[in-house]
Design a protein around this ligand. Structure first.
Ligand SMILES: [Zn+2]
Length: 405
């Protein structure tokens, strides 16, 4: 069982390690304590122009949700997906800071361009059940900061957080689907990364603080999001005093998160703080702590790298999954690249039992990873693509674009 005072002590002992400076590269203040309240209310209330596309879809997804805007791109399930990486809300923007307004814009833009959220667990298990003509996208939320997910005094999700924005978008656009966000949590960090930073620990009675955490974790699980371990308090694993300390940071971190999760919840995803590996690299994948207790991280998230391959691809390595940092202009540029040249963009065939890909990608098919799914080579190069059915994106020339890496 978890020992709260033990990890609390560890956290206190790690006085120098203020994760926010670490993760955010010291680029400023800017927790989004609601400073974008006004814009966001309008943004969230704006009607989505998704009607045309949903109407154009012959069917619905397996979850009986409207398909929402899709593309007419031919399927390419050996294409790449973005594992987006968000940290804090605030202003000005930087590599690790996104305004709440732009986070909302990201969701809407992705939806209208035919992207659908899936969790890392879904990717790992190959459980990517999204409508034909759409592209999976993973949202990873690092560091459990206040601007990500916060409960107001009456226990409601603050609408001026990333979680609140997501919920409001999903209410208006059910086609956004059942997939969710991957919350990479630091259970023993200090405010404002102490489990979504309600208050400084000493400012809220322990029972109330724990009740808040429990409630948030319940919502995360209930809404189809995923919980990811990001170590106890964001210490750099390469600076651990020894192998055991690195394993403790990971293993006790996982235990401390699991104390708030259903008993059978299996955490499969782990995010390396700052992308730094332990000196003994395999300890990021599995290890032991506390008298032989064992952890296993089936997915290890890097801190950068660009769009990632998926499990059917010979180049897939779940022990080192690239992420896409949503810094200023970066997501916009990548979406533009894939508009111009979708060769490397994953496009679903709408049937989770088949893996469809163009002949040009056949060399990357890992048959041993199909797990009973049927491979299907499709005619037509992805570059000869039609524009998005939703009409939100202009038709793009097939040639001349750069490929998304
Ligand atoms: Zn982090």
């Amino acid at each position: 069982m978890m020992n709260r005072s033990e990890w609390a002590q560890k956290a206190a002992a790690a006085a120098l390690l203020v994760l926010l400076a670490a993760c955010g590269g010291g680029d400023g203040k800017g927790e989004g304590d609601g400073e974008q309240a006004n814009d966001s209310a309008t943004a969230a209330a704006a009607p989505g122009d998704t009607g045309a596309a949903s109407g154009a879809q012959p069917g619905q997804t397996a979850n009986n949700l409207p398909a929402g805007p899709t593309t007419q791109l031919p399927p390419n399930e050996l294409g790449r997906i973005m594992v987006l990486e968000y940290h804090r809300t605030g202003s000005p923007e930087g590599e690790f800071v996104r305004t709440l307004e732009n986070f909302r814009k990201d969701i809407r833009t992705l939806y209208e361009a035919g992207y659908r959220p899936v969790t890392m667990r879904q990717v790992l298990e190959g459980n990517i059940d999204i409508p034909r003509g759409t592209t999976p996208v993973v949202f990873t939320m690092d560091d459990a900061t206040r601007g990500q997910f916060y409960l107001t005094a009456n226990g409601e999700v603050d609408p001026n957080t990333m979680m609140g924005s997501w919920m409001s978008f999903k209410r208006e656009n059910p086609g956004w689907g059942p997939g969710g966000m991957v919350w990479c949590i630091l259970p023993a960090a200090s405010h404002p990364s102490n489990f979504f930073g309600e208050t400084k620990d000493r400012d809220t009675p322990r029972e109330q603080r724990e009740a808040n955490i429990r409630k948030k974790m319940e919502m995360i699980v209930r809404d189809g999001h995923e919980v990811c371990n990001h170590t106890l308090y964001h210490a750099r694993l390469d600076r651990a005093a020894n192998d055991q300390q690195a394993q403790d940071w990971i293993g006790i971190g996982e235990d401390s998160i699991k104390a708030y999760l259903p008993q059978d919840y299996d955490i499969v995803t782990f995010a390396l703080p700052l992308g730094m590996w332990p000196r003994n690299k395999p300890l990021a994948w599995a290890g032991t702590y506390r008298n032989g207790k064992r952890y296993e991280n089936k997915v290890v998230l890097e801190v950068s790298g660009g769009p990632s391959v998926t499990p059917w691809d010979t180049r897939w390595d779940p022990h080192s999954v690239d992420r896409f940092i949503v810094g200023p202009g970066q997501l916009e540029r990548q979406l533009q690249r894939w508009e111009q040249d979708p060769t490397n963009r994953y496009v679903s065939d709408g049937d989770p039992r088949t893996i469809s890909y163009p002949a040009t990608m056949a060399q990357y098919l890992n048959r041993s990873a199909l797990g009973g799914r049927t491979p299907r080579e499709v005619a037509g190069a992805p570059a000869a693509a039609a524009p998005a059915a939703g009409g939100a994106q202009p038709a793009a020339p097939a040639a001349g674009g750069t490929t998304g890496r």
